[in-house]
Write a protein that binds this ligand. Structure first.
Ligand SMILES: O=C(O)CCC(=O)C(=O)O
Ligand SMILES: [Fe+2]
Length: 240
């Protein structure tokens, strides 16, 4: 079976390496055709609704995540190999994709203020301390209400190092450091994030059309999945 090609020339990416490393992200619009995305959406719905397939729940059950989705659908395997080509082209070395996460987010009923607060808060984080790229494929159009991927430009590089010096307790806890893999930087409170925003670093929700891809280093940039208020969100994410 052959699938649609990427709609851009991989060679142009080589010139984008500096931009990606400096900003921590690169958005490529219209990277894959709509049909290609719809095929993956169909797989996700089939897997979750009909086949009773495995998934992991997140954010109070609003997120359904299918890890290593390439095991279940050839088109996801195709996307996995495209992602390896994309990142390898940018960095001019062979980089392998670990797995593809295919996911579907839906609205959930929020009965009271406590439930609402639990749903909305506590989402901001850095993924890990060292660089770790991901590639997001937006399988449907994403607007402000669809739980967009949201990040704070400028929270990478020198900002992150300065934060480690001035507010190390936001990022590390010496008491648990060697006992647990969980780090404070993997969940930074909304109140702390607000002080960063107020210091002049606004957040950027990634609103994108179906078929766009986002190459991003979520270990370098503070980010979250914004709460989903309407409709659904479908995503495929390559982990390196
Ligand atoms: O689902 C999202 O938009 C963000 C998830 C996330 O935090 C990540 O992939 O690192
Ligand atoms: Fe993350």
């Amino acid at each position: 079976m052959s699938y649609a090609d990427l709609r851009f020339d991989l060679s142009v990416l080589r010139d984008k390496r500096n931009e990606l490393e400096k900003n921590g992200f690169l958005l490529i619009e219209d990277a894959l055709p709509r049909d290609y995305c719809e095929d993956i959406v169909s797989f996700i719905d089939r897997h979750l609704d009909e086949a009773g397939g495995e998934c992991e729940l997140g954010q109070l059950g609003s997120m359904q995540r299918i890890y290593a989705a390439e095991k279940y659908a050839d088109i996801v395997e195709d996307f996995k190999s495209k992602c390896a080509q994309i990142l390898s082209s940018i960095f001019s070395e062979r980089l392998a994709v670990k797995w593809i996460l295919a996911m579907r987010d839906r609205t959930i009923a929020l009965d009271d203020d406590a439930a609402r607060e639990k749903f909305v808060k506590g989402r901001w984080h850095y993924d890990s301390w060292s660089d770790q790229y991901k590639i997001f494929l937006f399988l449907r159009d994403i607007g402000p209400e669809n739980g967009p991927f949201e990040f704070i430009p400028g929270t990478n590089g020198r900002f992150k190092k300065r934060l480690a010096l001035t507010r190390p307790w936001w990022l590390f806890n010496p008491l648990t450091h060697f006992l647990s893999r969980k780090r404070p930087y993997q969940s930074i409170s909304d109140e702390r994030i607000q002080t960063i925003i107020d210091s002049g670093l606004p957040t950027k929700p990634v609103l994108a059309e179906q078929g766009s891809i986002l190459i991003v280093n979520p270990s370098a940039l503070l980010h979250r999945a914004a709460p989903l208020w309407e409709g659904r969100r479908y995503l495929a994410v390559a982990y390196f």
